[in-house]
Design a protein around this ligand. Structure first.
Ligand code: PMV
Length: 349
């Protein structure tokens, strides 16, 4: 029940954020990727969302973030309007949506993947219940992934556990530009215990948004080579994941992070999202790896924060390294201790 409106239908989901190892950068058509990408979901960084449907409200969408009327209501209303071509029942209801993140808004972590992932899962569950379809099916996850993609491209990779691939690749016939697929079989157990220390370098607002960055790929001088490189890197990384090749993993993951930022630096106009402290951390991670031979590496999203990836068996050494050498370069010493996650879940909130 929302105020004095009778809730007719309800769905609530918790959905994780994800971090790309091979980066999606550049769009085709509507929210389709220029190149395939490969990512894994996190365990501790997630969004919880509930969707309540009612009739007779005076507002199409009432959106609450952390219990207060949220700033994203308009974007969500537009999104609902867009996906109503797939889900015609949307036009018959008014929506009350509550959403909250497990991580602070100021952390500088993009929340669009987990937010649109959670919202898409709620919509998919409602859609399946209206059409009397069984939710325990591959179709359910595919539809959720496709709806999430329409909100924010990378969100389509958040609806699964572990690793997933988005975008057409010769590796899997079932791969698609419309939705992500989960890498179910064959990933070596070494990678099932992957750790991600998110080192928060700067929480300030980004100078250039991801959507503006994607757009700059349309005329980018290196567009073709970037697409070829990412396609090749998905193949290489997949091979590393199934063969348990940590060296290859480290090499491909760092090359991808640097290539993403190289695209930003060489676009026209060009922009730089890395900060001096991001570079210092990257250099120290490489030095630590060379000195200790412990397989650690960095990856970076469209921002200055550094994700330090490492393996379960090296946890004590790597955490001591973070304390000793890296926290001094984080804003207020902030970091998030995360790991590969078990995927979304329905919730009661
Ligand atoms: O989903 P978007 O439009 O926020 O773009 C995400 C782009 C990167 O995070 C930089 C890369 C990726 O594949 O997630």
């Amino acid at each position: 029940m929302t105020g004095n409106l009778k809730t007719l239908h309800r769905s609530a989901w918790k959905c994780p954020s994800n971090i790309a190892l091979v980066k999606y950068w550049g769009k085709r058509d509507f929210q389709k990727p220029m190149n395939p990408s490969l990512s894994f979901v996190l365990q501790n960084a997630f969004t919880e969302t509930s969707v309540e449907l009612h009739k007779n409200g005076d507002q199409k969408v009432a959106f609450y973030f952390d219990g207060k009327p949220g700033p994203f209501g308009e974007r969500i209303e537009k999104y609902l309007e867009y996906v109503s071509c797939k889900l015609p029942w949307i036009s018959k209801y008014n929506f009350t949506i509550f959403s909250k993140n497990s991580f602070p808004h100021s952390a500088g972590i993009a929340s669009s993947a987990s937010s649109f992932g959670a919202l898409a899962l709620c919509l998919t569950e409602l859609d399946f219940s209206f059409s009397g379809r069984e939710t325990a099916s591959a179709d359910f996850w595919r539809e959720a992934s496709e709806l999430a993609r329409m909100g924010s491209g990378s969100a389509c990779r958040s609806v699964y556990s572990g690793f997933s691939i988005w975008g057409q690749t010769q590796l899997f016939e079932s791969s698609s530009d419309d939705f992500a697929i989960r890498l179910t079989d064959g990933v070596s157990p070494i990678f099932q215990g992957l750790r991600d220390a998110i080192l928060l370098v700067d929480s300030g607002k980004k100078e250039v948004s991801s959507s503006a960055g994607h757009q700059l790929m349309e005329q980018h001088i290196y567009q073709r080579s970037r697409i070829a490189q990412a396609t090749e890197n998905v193949n290489e990384l997949y091979l590393a994941l199934i063969s348990g090749d940590q060296q290859k993993f480290v090499q491909v993951v760092e090359a991808e992070a640097l290539s993403l930022h190289a695209m930003m630096m060489t676009s026209s106009p060009s922009f730089i999202l890395l900060k001096p402290n991001s570079l210092e951390i990257m250099n120290r991670i490489r030095r630590f790896r060379e000195k200790t031979q412990i397989p650690v590496c960095f990856t970076i999203d469209a921002g200055p924060n550094i994700h330090l990836l490492y393996f379960q068996g090296n946890e004590l050494d790597v955490k001591a390294f973070i304390d000793r050498e890296l926290l001094q370069f984080c804003e207020d010493g902030n970091w998030i201790d995360d790991r590969i996650g078990s995927g979304p879940q329905p919730v009661t909130i």
